[in-house]
Design a protein around this ligand. Sequence first.
Ligand SMILES: Nc1ncnc2c1ncn2[C@@H]1O[C@H](COP(=O)(O)OP(=O)(O)OP(=O)(O)O)[C@@H](O)[C@H]1O
Length: 247
Amino acid sequence: MLSVDRVHKSYIKGGFFSKEIQQVLTNMSFECGQGECLGIIGESGSGKSTLGRLLLGLEKPDSGSVLFEGNKVEDRRARMGNISAVFQDYSSSINPFYTVEQALMEPLKQQSRDYQENQDKIDLLLHQVGLNPSYRKKYPHELSGGEAQRVCIARAVATEPKCILLDEAISSLDGSVQMQVLELLKSLRKIYNMAYIFITHDIQAAAYICDRVMIIRNGEIEEMVKIEHLKDVQSAYARKLLQMIIT
Ligand SMILES: Nc1ncnc2c1ncn2[C@@H]1O[C@H](COP(=O)(O)OP(=O)(O)OP(=O)(O)O)[C@@H](O)[C@H]1O
């Protein structure tokens, strides 16, 4: 479904007139299948979010390709309604002047002009993310972090995409709320059979929700492992990363 082939990405370091290049992603190739949850794990600065932006078609690779069902993700038509995203910073993800209802209506309107159908869908989405109908009229500043992230998740699910990219989507939440949101993501995946790209530095969260994890180091794939074999990672770096987290 999502196919990354020999992707390289670099940035110019140190301002506009600088000639210094920083290689951020090197020769990355992997696939994410329909309905799969693929974790992308790495230390800070390893290139996770850069990869996320390429997967969303927000930036282009220097070379190589990112294809969604055979089409380049840079092409808006390839990703429209097919890929959505939930980011770490839920507070800036929702327009502060929009009520929850307006925030959810935005993506729905792009798919259907049927007012009643969209209203019914908002009811359903709120129910599915565990928010009662009174939340319709609330503004983002009236929501807790967990509630705001539930709204962001409802928005991402609204168009029933085939894939949601979650970039550190639970990292800013408190421990118990993180667990609730992970449970929510699990249950929504069962309902909609969506694939998740779960970018995180939290191996425990990845182990809880992912089918496979890809460990990246300095912009290169260090190891790809099925979740049931996470304890048996081969590379010294992956073992160290796991050990650090377990201890
Ligand atoms: N737009 C950009 N321009 C220049 N350099 C960038 C840009 N985006 C990222 N970088 C650099 O690329 C490297 C990887 O950054 P990236 O945000 O992808 O890492 P990350 O693994 O997501 O880190 P973190 O877990 O801290 O968010 C960093 O050294 C960063 O400074």
